[in-house]
Design a protein. Sequence first.
Length: 388
Amino acid sequence: MSSEPGRARVFLHVGVPKSGTSFLQATLRANADRLLADGVWYPTQQHRGLFHAALELTGNHPGWGVPQRRVDGTWAGLCAEARRRGGTSVFSNELFSNVEAGDVAAALAHLDGLEVHLVVTARDLARQLPAEWQEGVKHGRGLRFDRFLARVLDPARSHSHARKFWRHQDLADLLDRWGHHLSPDRVHVVTCPPPGAPRELLWQRFCSVIGVDPAAATFPEVGANTSLGVNAVDVLRRVNRRIREGDAPPQLRRTVKQVLVNEALRADDSDRVSTPEELLPRLTEITDGWRSRITEAGYDVVGDLDDLTPLPPRGGVAADHRVTPRASRDVAVDAVAVLTKEVAALRAELRDLQAAEAAEAGPSGPSRARVLARRGARRLRHPWKRPA
């Protein structure tokens, strides 16, 4: 990998989704202070951070319930900060994989004069298909896995689900979109290790690209994006369908994933779904095409392109599985119990806030904080009503 001494470097990790991106980002975040001491900056701020930058570049902020004013200028601000800091900066968000080809050049223009590297982590399609299906359910879909496969693997890619899937998961296309403007030695394909390999191996491969010693890292205990069992997914699919029947606030998408999925459903220990073995020849054909294009382009490969070979499933549930009503009921009851405790805790916090603000305001009338507390109380009583 060529590098110019003394020149600020920026590593853009743009996906693909479900290729260990959440694990890498959580590890970068957990070690941000140590990395900064070594001259490597990873932005950790929530407001106007990498997530908002990705929403700005893709124009998808309405789908996440984020106002445009909160994302405008975020990408330019991060790039300017990287330029000011010098050293090495790492920008990682899988939503960058959704940036249109015509917008990539404009995005990279903010980094003119810096040494820019593209990093793409990649995993075999046999694992990506069920992972992407489940991620879609986490974000509101109600589709069964067998129907998802039929739509996504239709050669015509006529359905919107197919176009969206391949938009993020077509490795060769993603490399072309972002890597077209860079020299091949600054385009890095990091392959995810095969099933059963220690998760630290992916971190080691990633660190070898960005020039960081992987040995001293602190790893998060459990990833925030772990997979769900088929019983939990079935409950979530049914919840999604019910939610679509009424008016839902834009924040609901994140609430479902952060509270219902990550707190109430993740304890389900039922089996996971797997890609049918009869699809492996088709997936292998697609993968072989990617390998040829990567080799011909001369991109830097960290790991082994053979890691992308789709392998037969080791156990798992069939794509056309059905969950029994009793299994769904048990998971749903557990989820309701968790959510009930969560609501009770929020109500207690709200009462404490109201009491503190009442004492602060005294007889002079309600403060703005008390007004907000009252509004919060109304939202807890009527969670589906939008604020006036």
